[in-house]
Design a protein. Structure first.
Length: 213
């Protein structure tokens, strides 16, 4: 398994990650910054810290993604392709046919995603659709970063997906309370790890989700 700790900024040098992969991550960063001049992909305030704030933050989910039973990952509200494109680049040497499915209703952002998928030769589908209108979707992993609050992601998972194994989410400093509150209405198992990019945040992998009666 790729250890996400090797992706710490200015320390992403390891025999486990090829120079080609590192170069692609760097080129992806540059592509975001260039496109950010014309459309709002990331906050202007985070442009100078894009590696830490966006690339590394996305990459740390690799520990949850690089599992034997995961072949397909669906990124909700994909925006700039964070974390989806980052994960696709990292997974290419591990699972060449690892499939990414993006849902992004913005025309301009979906075009950017198509350009990045082609640029980095990723196995992916881009849907310029509103995820709330979709039905009977199937995937291994549902992942979301800065799209909707956890309760809404849970509702999407139950209402719009026919089948999935895991949900991977980024939670802020109130993450533990959000999980505890959700357990009042839902049953689920979860793994959590402290974020590598923020002392106040966490990444969680949720499984066996079901609504309480």
């Amino acid at each position: 398994m790729i250890d996400s700790n090797i992706l710490k900024i200015d320390k992403i040098r390891s025999s486990n990650v090829s120079r080609e992969t590192l170069n692609e991550l760097e080129n992806f960063s540059k592509a975001i910054l260039k496109k950010n001049n014309t459309i709002n992909l990331i906050s202007k305030n985070t442009e100078n810290s894009i590696k830490n704030r966006h690339i590394e933050d996305s990459a740390q989910t690799i520990d949850f993604i690089n599992e034997k039973d995961i072949k397909t990952c669906t990124d909700l509200g994909s925006g700039a392709g964070l974390p989806g494109i980052v994960l696709g680049i990292l997974m290419k040497p591990k699972k060449p046919r690892f499939k990414l499915i993006f849902y992004e209703k913005s025309y301009h952002k979906s075009i950017f995603l198509k350009e990045m998928v082609k640029k980095f030769n990723l196995n992916a589908e881009i849907h310029r659709k509103n995820i709330f209108n979709e039905e009977n979707l199937i995937t291994d992993v549902i992942i979301s970063r800065a799209f909707k609050p956890l309760p809404i992601i849970f509702q999407i998972s139950q209402n719009n997906f026919k089948n999935f194994k895991y949900i991977i989410l980024f939670l802020g400093k109130s993450g533990k309370k959000v999980l505890d509150d959700s357990l009042k209405l839902w049953k689920f198992d979860y793994e959590q790890k402290k974020s590598l990019t923020s002392n106040e945040s966490m990444v969680v992998k949720i499984s066996n989700l079901r609504k309480k009666n």
